[in-house]
Design a protein around this ligand. Structure first.
Ligand SMILES: [Zn+2]
Length: 329
């Protein structure tokens, strides 16, 4: 079936079908969601060369615009033709080192949503911490009452990471961090160290530098906790403290919030209302959410796929499943 689909899509492309699809979808703007642009065995990511290929394609065929402009137009019912916006989450150092120079090279606008505690070196992002522990442990296997015995040889690590991460996703944010720290203890890895490459964050100086060159920075909360699971006080703290921190460091008004994890269960009407009350003008989720396009606090995004073939299908409006199995943080 997949082979047949591929054959059909390839035939479509060769007879200009992508151009036709793009024309049909020209009034449906898309916000793309990216995380990491790096070529590293420990990090699931889009490679720099694949990212450049994507930017080259967007530059040639689309109207890439700032996400604020795209959302304002969408809500006003005045979409620009073939509009696309580029957004990045989390704030890892590879955004400064690799993604931003390429965006500048192609003169394309982008926004970055940073987790301020991560930029301030106060926390790890949990998927990174789990990777760090699994790759650093001297032990050969891991097990506990939640897990079968899992191998820790280098070749097994991606699969072992997936199994443990799936368990982590069933836990609330704080319980998840506690669980990973206990696991670190059993695996004889310290969690005291600050994140180092490839898991470190951009710095405030990096952000100021990029902002001076046109980058728009928004909030991805203080500690990347799941907002729908928090009480009112913690929710307000995640929303307000991150906004104020960015505004103080960068001297700007922060208009956008990008909800951590960003799936339906991670967001609620309470979260959207609280975000708006804290001064955010729009909120970004991590799935297409087409039906709610006119709610500024629930703006859908499409995960940019690694594969150029899937990327072209996605941006041209042929498929919606740009990243069908893609886990993100
Ligand atoms: Zn994130």
């Amino acid at each position: 079936m997949k082979k047949l689909k591929d054959t059909v899509f390839n035939a479509m492309e060769s007879v200009g079908g992508f151009r036709v699809a793009r024309y049909i979808a020209r009034d449906n703007p898309k916000i793309l969601m990216y995380h990491r642009i790096i070529d590293h065995p420990q990090v699931p990511a889009i490679t720099p060369s694949e990212f450049e290929r994507q930017l080259d394609y967007l530059k040639a065929h689309f109207n890439v615009q700032p996400v604020e402009q795209l959302i304002a137009n969408r809500i006003a019912g005045k979409n620009d033709k073939n509009a696309i916006a580029i957004t990045f989450d989390d704030g890892h150092a590879d955004f400064y080192d690799t993604a931003w120079p390429l965006l500048k090279k192609y003169e394309l606008p982008a926004s970055l949503y940073v987790t301020t505690g991560f930029v301030d070196n106060q926390c790890w992002l949990w998927p990174d911490l789990l990777r760090h522990i699994l790759w650093e442990t001297p032990l050969a296997t891991v097990s506990d009452k939640h897990l079968p015995t899992l191998p820790l040889a280098k070749a097994d690590l991606p699969k072992t990471w997936n199994t443990i991460a799936s368990h982590c996703l069933t836990l609330a944010s704080d319980a998840r961090i506690d669980y990973i720290k206990q696991l670190a203890g059993r695996l004889q890895v310290s969690t005291e160290a600050k994140p180092t490459a490839p898991f470190n964050a951009v710095t405030w100086d990096n952000l100021r530098d990029m902002q001076n060159q046109g980058l728009i920075v928004g909030s991805h909360t203080v500690s990347h906790r799941i907002l729908s699971s928090l009480d009112h006080k913690d929710l307000a703290n995640e929303l307000t403290t991150s906004k104020m921190r960015i505004e103080k460091e960068l001297g700007i008004t922060v208009n956008g919030i990008c909800y951590p994890n960003g799936m339906t269960k991670d967001i609620s009407k309470t979260v959207e209302d609280a975000s708006n009350e804290c001064g955010y003008q729009f909120g970004l989720v991590a799935y297409p959410a087409n039906a709610q396009a006119t709610n500024p606090m629930h703006q859908g995004r499409w995960a940019a796929p690694k594969s150029f073939k899937l990327f072209k299908r996605l941006v041209n409006g042929i498929t919606r499943d740009g990243n069908p199995t893609g886990q993100h943080v």
